[in-house]
Design a protein around this ligand. Structure first.
Ligand SMILES: *[C@@H]1O[C@H](CO)[C@@H](O)[C@H](O)[C@H]1NC(C)=O
Ligand SMILES: *[C@@H]1O[C@H](CO)[C@@H](O)[C@H](O)[C@H]1NC(C)=O
Ligand SMILES: *[C@@H]1O[C@H](CO)[C@@H](O)[C@H](O)[C@H]1NC(C)=O
Ligand SMILES: *[C@@H]1O[C@H](CO)[C@@H](O)[C@H](O)[C@H]1NC(C)=O
Ligand SMILES: *[C@@H]1O[C@H](CO)[C@@H](O)[C@H](O)[C@H]1NC(C)=O
Ligand SMILES: *[C@@H]1O[C@H](CO)[C@@H](O)[C@H](O)[C@H]1NC(C)=O
Ligand SMILES: *[C@@H]1O[C@H](CO)[C@@H](O)[C@H](O)[C@H]1NC(C)=O
Ligand SMILES: *[C@@H]1O[C@H](CO)[C@@H](O)[C@H](O)[C@H]1NC(C)=O
Ligand SMILES: *[C@@H]1O[C@H](CO)[C@@H](O)[C@H](O)[C@H]1NC(C)=O
Ligand SMILES: *[C@@H]1O[C@H](CO)[C@@H](O)[C@H](O)[C@H]1NC(C)=O
Ligand SMILES: *[C@@H]1O[C@H](CO)[C@@H](O)[C@H](O)[C@H]1NC(C)=O
Ligand SMILES: *[C@@H]1O[C@H](CO)[C@@H](O)[C@H](O)[C@H]1NC(C)=O
Length: 544
């Protein structure tokens, strides 16, 4: 349709594409910079996220198979640490399964300040009394184990009376534990996966657990529930047009991941807002919320503890439908960026606003070097005059952009494809690019990640065209609406935050190894529809 400019770009083929017989091969070596990846081996769910107040250090563990680049047993807890939530150092394996046919499956970490477990003496600082609660998977059962660390989360000792919780099931996993101040108890949410139950247990000491309630068959079920999480939020200030149903300032969110069978295809993470009274979670609504509308955001877990009391979390940035084929080597899978989650009042449409979890990416810009930055303001784009430029050569980093645009709904007809398209184009091979943008009739933001010479993109489960219905960030007048998108493209993963994070879409993409984004083009399909308020693009890379 509108590829004239792209086709005139300098094309230098870097690598000969592998024959198609090497179905879904591993040609992409483009390891992300600010999204954690293991040095080698397979990674899935984030586990045990906690913040060490003494060392001011963030800990992130993950499901890890160091012996292969596909999921398999024995499965370990890998480990990484960060000072700034932007760059991570991989540490030694933290928790091991007891035998090679078993797995140290997903779980969480708490800081047992008050030594309720009795595991700690005064040689361990109260702020570092880390206890992991995790699922031990064997061919016969899944049960909950605990392990404690006296060295700040690096090495762990298994409790000698494990398991602490067992129900004679092979589908009972992913305990997420938090401290509940009001009842002075530990609270666990854990999946009875194939019963579609999130079970809630309480304990005074992390060892003796009492079943309190089940949250059953809510939202999308898919094949099974996994990786639950319960987090406390503060309700935003209300005004006369705002909400009237908040007698307290707290609101709880229960997160549930489902796989397979997500409506987005494969796996995804949903959540419910409601009340938690120490024993029961009750949701305020019967609709399902999806925390990220992309294809690659699963098993979200939030940190235990944070210096400012806010909710921070990490998800696995992949999808079970195709994760084992993803063309990276010698590792597979990345983590999402860390996100800060807050509650906001979200204008779902002109008549109704709802409570919504807003996502803000956490990026420590001091950890990064800036390359080329280009800025455009207040430009009306027409079909003859796209914005088109080359970024600095051989920068090989990540691309961040902010795009704020106004759409004039009176300037296009029902049969017009009224798009604003942003192309992020490979520097070494311009046949590889991502097309993303907004189309007026659908009022949706689209992503097309299918323009790649890497055979993997032909995997029919790796949906190449994805879209998100967008609400305006602002209604300017009866015809004109404003929209905002903030994007981070980190070598093989693209995170898009719409309207300051009211909606998010995270999707991986794969170009031939060594082909990094080097050209940017912004163009429109119809004249007089789009006004660009702001378009800033910045290249960034890690400080050495
Ligand atoms: C990719 O796959 C091929 C064939 O399986 C293998 O020989 C090679 O080591 C892998 N890694 C890279 C970086 O090509
Ligand atoms: C898997 O990796 C671990 C950690 O590197 C190693 O100790 C173990 O021997 C390996 N197991 C198998 C079955 O390869
Ligand atoms: C961010 O933290 C990492 C280690 O986690 C460190 O290597 C890096 O220097 C830090 N960056 C800054 C700017 O402090
Ligand atoms: C620790 O004990 C104090 C005092 O009883 C209590 O207020 C606090 O909630 C407890 N915190 C944890 C994490 O156990
Ligand atoms: C923690 O509890 C255990 C068991 O009650 C006890 O032996 C130990 O001294 C306690 N640690 C501290 C620091 O009080
Ligand atoms: C640990 O330290 C606390 C505070 O200094 C003290 O009250 C307690 O007796 C100590 N416990 C042990 C077992 O030494
Ligand atoms: C555990 O469950 C299995 C399979 O449902 C059943 O055969 C077995 O009798 C159960 N064991 C106990 C102790 O309940
Ligand atoms: C476990 O907790 C329950 C309820 O608090 C209590 O009745 C029971 O005695 C405890 N069991 C042990 C072994 O501590
Ligand atoms: C109430 O708050 C919403 C959301 O912040 C805002 O859009 C609206 O303009 C406010 N209304 C009044 C009357 O202040
Ligand atoms: C918590 O809520 C449940 C369900 O509404 C109710 O049965 C229970 O009594 C409540 N518990 C407390 C401590 O309020
Ligand atoms: C763009 O136009 C808006 C008004 O539509 C104005 O507020 C803003 O300052 C302008 N920005 C620049 C950089 O000219
Ligand atoms: C994009 O917007 C975010 C959020 O306001 C800001 O932190 C970031 O620096 C901006 N980046 C660019 C390239 O303008």
């Amino acid at each position: 349709m509108k590829f004239s400019i792209i086709s005139t770009l300098l094309t230098a083929t870097l690598a000969v594409a592998s024959p198609i017989e090497l179905k879904y091969g591993n040609e992409s070596l483009n390891r992300p910079l600010v999204h954690f990846t293991p040095n080698h081996g397979w990674m899935n769910d984030p586990n045990g996220l906690w913040y060490d107040e003494k060392e001011e250090l963030w800990h992130y563990y993950f499901q890890y198979n160091p012996n292969d680049t596909v999921w398999g047993l024995p499965l370990y807890w890998g480990h990484a640490t960060s000072k700034n939530l932007t760059t991570w150092d991989q540490e030694k394996i933290a928790i091991e399964p007891l035998s090679d046919d078993s797995g140290a499956y997903s779980g969480s970490m708490v800081v047992d300040y008050n030594n309720t477990s009795g595991f700690f003496d005064n040689t361990t600082d109260p702020r570092q009394r880390a206890v992991a609660i995790w699922t031990y998977n064997t061919p016969d059962s899944e049960s909950q184990y605990i392990s404690y660390s006296t060295d700040g989360g690096y090495t762990f000792t298994n409790y000698d009376s494990n398991p602490v919780l067992t129900i004679n099931s092979t589908q009972f996993r992913d305990p997420k534990v938090m401290w509940h101040d009001e009842t002075q108890k530990w609270i666990m949410v854990v999946a009875k996966s194939q019963q579609f139950k999130i079970a809630i247990y309480s304990s005074p000491d992390l060892k003796n657990w009492t079943h309190e309630s089940d949250f059953t068959q809510e939202g999308y079920l898919g094949f099974q529930y996994e990786c639950p999480g319960l987090s406390r939020f503060t309700v935003p200030q209300t005004n006369e047009t705002g909400f009237t149903n908040s007698s307290s300032t707290d609101k709880w969110a229960l997160f549930i991941s489902i796989n397979p069978g997500s409506p987005q295809g494969g796996s995804s993470t949903q959540y419910f807002l409601g009340e938690f009274n120490g024993t029961h979670f009750t949701t305020d609504h019967s609709n399902t919320n999806v925390i990220d509308l992309g294809k690659d955001y699963y098993a979200l877990q939030n940190f235990f503890n944070s210096p400012d009391g806010s909710v921070y979390g990490i998800a696995w940035a992949s999808n079970w439908a195709y994760c084992n084929f993803v063309p990276t080597d010698p590792w597979r899978s990345s983590a999402s960026l860390v996100r800060k989650f807050t509650l906001e009042e979200f204008q779902a449409n002109p008549e109704t606003s709802i409570l919504n979890i807003k996502s803000t990416p956490v990026i420590d810009y001091d950890s990064l070097n800036f390359g080329e930055t280009s800025s455009y303001h207040n430009e009306t784009l027409d079909t003859e005059n796209p914005i088109n430029y080359d970024l600095a050569k051989n920068f090989d980093g990540l691309i961040e952009f902010n795009l704020t645009y106004r759409v004039n709904n009176s300037a296009f007809g029902k049969a017009d494809f009224a798009d604003l398209s942003l192309y992020l184009i490979g520097e070494a091979n311009s046949n590889e690019y991502i097309q993303l943008g907004f189309e007026g009739n659908a009022a949706s933001f689209f992503i097309d990640r299918g323009h790649s010479e890497v055979p993997f993109v032909q995997n029919p489960l790796f949906t190449d065209k994805i879209s998100v219905n967008n609400q305006p960030s602002q209604y300017i007048n009866s015809q004109v609406s404003e929209y905002k998108v903030h994007g981070i493209a980190d070598r093989n993963i693209l995170e898009l935050y719409f309207n300051d994070g009211s909606q998010v879409s995270t999707n991986t993409y794969f170009f031939t190894g060594g082909n990094f984004i080097g050209q940017v083009q912004l163009e429109v399909g119809i004249d007089d529809v789009f006004q660009i308020e702001e378009f800033e693009v910045r290249q960034m890379t890690l400080k050495i």
